[in-house]
Design a protein around this ligand. Structure first.
Ligand code: SF4
Length: 455
């Protein structure tokens, strides 16, 4: 096979643990715009904001831009709602040549009025896409006017795709959310109360996490944003503590809530046994004024782990020694996956993220085994190169990584927005193990053209 070279300008975004790069300390480049000419796996600013706000189920989500942007996010996130389904509609102003030349404000105004009249949403979000930033529509002014006329919050989300990285989209989403926080009544909130930030209820995961906390005796005021309602977000400032899961997505909001309302935050991950248990114990420790809460947490964790361990050990016997590649959105998810795969006896040979910062990559480097490749903002060629070179048996990623795995004839596990099986929590760890086991041990890979040529 012809070796695949690495683009010179991307060299500092790729690191192989153990290599001595000119004797320099580990210095991973990240948080920078994608390199022009190199196809990026990373989503744009608009997509970043859309996926964060998407699970607010009783809000209207209107994409101001050409229809192509809307297609990118139409129902790709499996964020489930226990009530309204308005979030699953992907509305777009469908800008054409005429609006690009003469402006799209009239179309936006009309679309907002028609949709609000038809659907009566609790609030509306208007996402600006690339072309809107270029033609200079005054989205703020249109939103203010409609808000005044219709009597609901119409919130502009400044998410022009070219403005930065997916992470800038998270920030734009948090700015919009922050306008809602603090506008509701906080009566009747108990002292041990939390908001869960960065849990998007993919395949119903927020329901399981919320259930754990409630069984411990903790009141969950809001999940931002997973099966969310506008009214819950409005009163979120009444919580005693914020628990932030997705490191990239919601830290901005947590920091603003600390500054404005004095609510501290802790970090958590709900993937894998170790991190899931830690997430519960950390909250119990914060509310130590209630010793019964600690006891209930211990019982919950013990029973849950005992319930899944026998099957996990059976699966581990088949997976021991297999190699995995991970390319996910946030680095925190990568940390949890490394621990979860180790529990199954597997070794991670590639770990990458779309939005990791330098501290995240330092942690990743410390966690990884020697020779592991660490990647920031990767592209299909680089991912393929290292999957082949490192002999991976499994790829864990999202919709854009799936074809890479299948073309190379290795197992694939969807750990992104499109997954249909819950992978968070203790039950989720069992689902993950079963899915990995099924795909890695499938006999089908013997017939994949690329794999059979290699053998
Ligand atoms: S906002 Fe821009 S980068 Fe994002 S999908 Fe639309 S056109 Fe593409």
């Amino acid at each position: 096979m012809t070796p695949i070279p690495i683009l010179k300008q991307r060299e500092k975004q790729i690191y192989e643990k153990g290599e001595a790069k000119d004797g320099r300390p580990f210095d991973m480049a990240c948080d920078r715009h994608s390199l022009a000419g190199s196809v990026s796996q990373r989503a744009c600013v608009f997509c970043g904001s859309r996926v964060v706000l998407y699970p607010i189920a009783d809000a209207l989500h209107l994409i101001h831009g050409p229809i192509g942007c809307a297609a990118y996010t139409w129902d790709i996130r499996g964020a489930l709602s226990s009530g309204p389904q308005l979030h699953r509609m992907s509305f777009s102003t469908d800008l054409r040549e005429q609006q690009v030349i003469f402006g799209g404000e009239t179309r936006l105004y009309q679309a907002l009025c028609d949709l609000i009249d038809a659907y009566r949403p609790a609030a509306a979000f208007v996402y600006s896409t690339c072309i809107v930033g270029i033609i200079g529509d005054d989205v703020e002014a249109v939103c203010r006017r409609v808000s005044r006329e219709k009597g609901i919050d119409v919130l502009p989300v400044h998410s022009e795709g070219f403005r930065g990285t997916k992470k800038d989209g998270y920030r734009a989403a948090c700015d919009a959310l922050f306008k809602l926080v603090g506008t509701g009544d906080t009566a009747g909130i108990q002292p041990s109360s939390i908001n869960i930030l960065g849990e998007f209820n993919i395949a119903g995961e927020a329901w399981a996490i919320r259930d754990y906390y409630e069984r411990m005796g903790v009141q969950v005021l809001s999940v931002m944003t997973g099966d969310s309602r506008v009214s819950e977000i409005r009163r979120a400032h009444g919580a005693a503590l914020n628990v932030v899961q997705c490191s990239g997505a919601m830290t901005f909001l947590a920091e603003r809530m600390t500054a404005e309302y004095g609510i501290p935050f802790i970090r958590a991950s709900y993937f894998g046994i170790e991190d899931m248990a830690k997430a519960l114990y950390d909250v119990a420790a914060y509310f130590r004024f209630d010793p019964t809460l600690q006891q209930r947490t211990e019982t919950l964790v013990r029973d849950a782990v005992n319930g899944i361990m026998p099957e996990l050990l059976r699966i581990k016997a088949d997976l021991a020694g297999k190699r995995a590649a991970i390319y996910v959105g946030g680095a925190f998810k990568a940390f949890s996956l490394i621990k979860a795969l180790r529990l199954l006896g597997m070794r991670v040979v590639l770990a990458g993220s779309q939005t990791g910062n330098s501290d995240d990559y330092q942690t990743l480097r410390d966690m990884c085994d020697p020779d592991t490749v660490i990647l920031d903002d990767a592209n299909p060629l680089e991912l393929s190169k290292y999957v082949i070179e490192k002999g991976a048996d499994l790829f864990i990623g999202g919709v854009k990584e799936r074809p890479i795995a299948f073309k190379l004839g290795i197992g694939f596990c969807d750990h992104n927005h499109e997954r249909k099986i819950s992978l968070a929590g203790f039950e989720g760890m069992l689902h993950l193990a079963r899915e990995i086991h099924t795909t890695v041990t499938s006999p089908v890979w013997r017939f994949a053209p690329f794999r059979s040529k290699q053998e």
